[in-house]
Design a protein around this ligand. Sequence first.
Ligand code: PLP
Length: 412
Amino acid sequence: MNRRSANLIEYRGLMEHVYICTGHELKIPDVAGSQGVYLFDHKGNRYMDLESGVWCIPIGHNNGPINRTITKQIGSLMHAGFCYSNPILEESSKSILGITGFAGGKCVFLCSGSEAIEISRQIAKHLSGKKVSMTLHDSYLGAYASVTDRASGWYIFNWEPCRTCSKNDHCDPFCEALQDIPEDISDFVFEPGSASGFVRFPPRALIRNMVEIIRNNSGKIIANEVTTGVGRTGKWFGYQHYDVEPDLIAIGKGIGNGYPVSIAAINKTTVDELERKPFKYAQSHQNDPLGAAVVLALVGEIDNNRLILQAEQKGRVFLARLESLVDNRLVLDVRGRGLMFAMDLANKDLADEIYNDLIERGYIIGNRGTSFRIDPPLTLTEAEFDEFFEALMAVLASKQTGHLAFFATDST
Ligand SMILES: Cc1ncc(COP(=O)(O)O)c(C=O)c1O
């Protein structure tokens, strides 16, 4: 029996009373430890985590400086009531405003990416008095009904035709698709590199035109950096690959390196508007000192170790290697930016087999239908990537010879 099935059988009882509604099958029920890019099960089997948890661990699991920060902060103040705070909030907020370039802005600290998007949209609606948000058809915006149910309150811009548009690089502002955008949009929630939508990057000129339309109608631009932020794309934030300046930035996942903290960063213009038209959003853990301490430490670690630059440099090398696997038979396409990659497989059965074989060999990647997502910690070394790449090549080779039925097309 292989090690994964053995663990599943031995530890099935462990999860009998845990309700799991993520839509994902549990693969390793007994993760007992972690270090850097690795998870360990109770028998000491090692798994290289190339998905960084749920893309949440940019500087690796069980990180010493983050652990020490948490211990120290717990020793003084984790949480206080709405009327009491701690200077760590101001310090942490300034560090975020520094990396976002939001001089004179403000940050609010929350607990999840969904919440950072929610408050940003509420702020935009409060200020504009308008009720409709706009987003791209393939963007994921969180778990709340306010973003999953898009039947009303949303204008969905389908940019699929823009991918093959001959004017892609220039994007005609008078194009019908752009002219159709209604005037009553309060906010454009822009995900600059759709992660759940499988790492696809909308054209820069299109985004520039969309932003201009929304701004001309007094709407706000919200950058959804929950996945693309914190160095994932080789810059601090994914929007920095575009010629746009957002009004609000929703930051989550990686900013806590596994600790549940998120941030809505608000630019100065919007802060000034909020001064004139006060807004209320009270949640028990708003501006908790513990989350703020983690954020401050995380930003410092990334800066001190020059991890953004490394993500950009390593990303280019790793992307070229992954692209070399495209054979139009098993592997149909590879996309990436920084350390955010997607790989399209010929079909779902093949993807499932490769995914399971990789886990058996001790490698975890994201498996979504016919696509893999690979989002390793920014700290992944070239040697670690090479090790994974060898394993991936070996698994692919085993499918080449044994599973002709998987081929999407016959190349002869
Ligand atoms: C792009 C994007 N936005 C928002 C969210 C929501 O974040 P959270 O799950 O932390 O609430 C996610 C989560 O996967 C995401 O990928």
